[in-house]
Design a protein around this ligand. Structure first.
Ligand code: MSP
Length: 511
């Protein structure tokens, strides 16, 4: 039986249109999902939309339409983004679906049955933009007198009856859990932040609201809707079939990785494992918090007019270069600055020059001098052995890096081999061998074809379209594109289709 792998994106609030920050999280997850499939795992990859709560209710009111209609409309934009980014998700969950309502209400009942919930009253600060409660001590006052959360979100004073989750009872158990699961939170700096927060003391958490209606009703108490974060986090078990323990997808729980942005780590690394353990369910295996993108040095915002829409980028630069750039430009976990200049430079230097030229030179020489067929390997020289060994090491190296979500390190390993391939082709000069030693020329071209096959195979998760085309040109059949297939060489004489450039240079239009 194949090992399982369950990976999730956060579910996106439908108060906003998709932008590059959303696409980033989703693409990172897509690369991991595709990588695991390539590596023989049975994968479940989930994304979706977070549709309840005061923030969405307000956005619907501002748009002058009922919340359900509003969420139906905006959720489609996220579905479209998923398609436009070439995302291979297995499911798309919406929190307004009946399966999710049933799942949340059952989780509530279990928490209640286990004594984890009590009725009380909430009096304190709430930020609708973050859908989060804040303590007085966390707030600052703006010159105009408004009180704001550390995130900059304005807060309002809320007084209402509320159910509470006994989070305070989980402080020691969470600390023990982090201790015994050192890889649960990554990167390490974020792990330390969470540890600090939990060590600082946990207060019981308000998990229901009565001052608005747009949410999942608390079982047995219609006046309350569930706190949107309890509702939202539960999506991860809903999609796995909760509460049906016989559901086909329940075998995927616990999730292997929840990918989140740094702003929502606390919800995933503190509240979520506490809810799950209190309900008698297993916590996820790992939560990774990535950084935020600025746009040419500025925070992305509607008022600045600098919101980068994923579909516009894809139209201008192509999907694979955008996917590549986002995961290559900044070490995953750090904040990054999005600039078109940097994107174009990586397209032209790394994709067109380094990888594109290596493929183009090798494939056109094979087409012209080997009748478009894959020649046999010859007796290996030291140089042949070295470059082939470097290509063969890629799957193992990438496995290590990608299990740590180190996308940049993984890509750098591949580029080391690509650069070595360009050095090898210059040094061996097969175009010159054509006149002096055609047998050696053919052997050199075969080494290059094998190296390119290794490179294109491991790069498929990052750039599925262009690497698919490169594997077509290398004569690799569809059923020989998994990592395990690299152990079997392609048969000598395999017919190679006419080569076509995979990565053209990007030339900026004048003006
Ligand atoms: N609905 C909640 C998540 C619930 S998960 C159970 C939410 N939604 S969100 O739409 O506001 O944000 C979704 C994700 O997008 C977050 O992980 C957030 O970090 C990410 N990003 C939003 N803007 C971003 C950037 N500018 N850069 C990178 N990621 C950013 O939070």
């Amino acid at each position: 039986m194949k090992p399982k792998y369950y990976i999730t994106t956060p579910i996106y609030y439908v108060n906003d249109q998709p932008h590059i920050g959303h696409a980033y999280t989703t693409i990172a997850c897509d690369v991991l999902a595709r990588w695991k499939r390539l590596d023989g795992f049975d994968v479940m990859f989930l994304t979706g939309t977070d549709e309840h709560g005061q923030k969405v209710e307000k956005a619907a009111a501002d748009a002058g339409i009922p919340p359900q209609e509003f969420t139906d409309r905006v959720s489609v934009h996220f579905r479209d983004m998923t398609a436009a980014m070439g995302i291979s998700n297995d499911d798309f969950i919406r929190t307004t679906e009946p399966r999710h309502v049933a799942s949340c209400q059952e989780l509530w009942r279990r928490l209640q049955a286990n004594g984890a919930i009590y009725l009380g009253g909430y009096e304190g600060w709430y930020a609708v933009r973050d859908e989060a409660f804040y303590d007085e001590g966390e707030l600052t006052t703006r010159p105009d007198g408004t009180r704001v959360a550390p995130t900059g979100a304005p807060v309002e004073w809320v007084v209402e009856p509320s159910y509470f989750f006994r989070l305070s009872a989980w402080q020691d158990k969470l600390l023990e859990f982090y201790e015994s699961h050192p890889d649960f939170i990554a990167p390490a700096t974020r792990r330390n932040e969470v540890l600090g927060f939990v060590k600082g003391g946990l207060k019981d958490l308000s998990i229901s609201r009565t001052s608005f209606k747009w949410g999942i009703k608390v079982p047995g108490d219609d006046a309350h809707v569930m706190y949107v974060w309890l509702d939202a986090l539960t999506n991860y078990i809903t999609a796995a079939g909760f509460p049906d323990a016989d559901a086909e997808n329940w075998r995927f729980w616990p999730a292997d990785l929840h990918m989140v942005g740094k702003d929502i780590l606390r919800f995933h690394a503190v509240f979520w494992p506490a809810f799950l353990m209190a309900a008698g369910l297993a916590p996820p295996t790992r939560v990774f918090a990535h950084g935020w993108w600025l746009i040419e040095g500025e925070k992305m915002s509607k008022s600045l007019g600098n919101v980068v829409k994923p579909a516009d980028l894809v139209e201008k630069y192509g999907l694979d270069p955008v996917r590549y750039f986002l995961l290559r430009e900044v070490p995953f976990g750090n904040d990054g600055d999005f600039s078109r200049r940097a994107l174009i430079s990586r397209m032209n230097v790394e994709l067109a020059n380094d990888l594109g030229n290596l493929a183009q030179r090798s494939l056109s020489l094979l087409a012209r001098n080997c009748e478009g067929r894959l020649p046999p390997r010859g007796p290996a020289t030291e140089e042949d052995t070295a470059i082939l060994a470097a290509a063969e090491a890629l799957p193992g190296l990438l496995r290590g890096h990608l299990d740590r979500q180190a996308f940049g390190d993984a890509l750098e390993e591949v580029w080391k081999v690509i650069r070595a391939g360009n050095f090898y082709i210059d040094q061996q000069a097969p175009w010159a061998l054509r006149k002096t030693d055609t047998v050696r020329m053919a052997a050199v071209l075969r080494v290059l074809a094998d190296v390119l096959r290794g490179v294109a195979t491991v790069l498929q998760p990052f750039m599925p379209g262009s690497m698919g085309r490169m594997l077509d040109q290398l004569g690799v059949p569809d059923d020989a594109r998994e990592l395990a297939a690299l152990a079997s060489p392609l048969p000598d004489g395999t017919v190679l289709p006419t080569p076509q450039g995979v990565f053209p240079r990007f030339v900026e239009e004048a003006g």
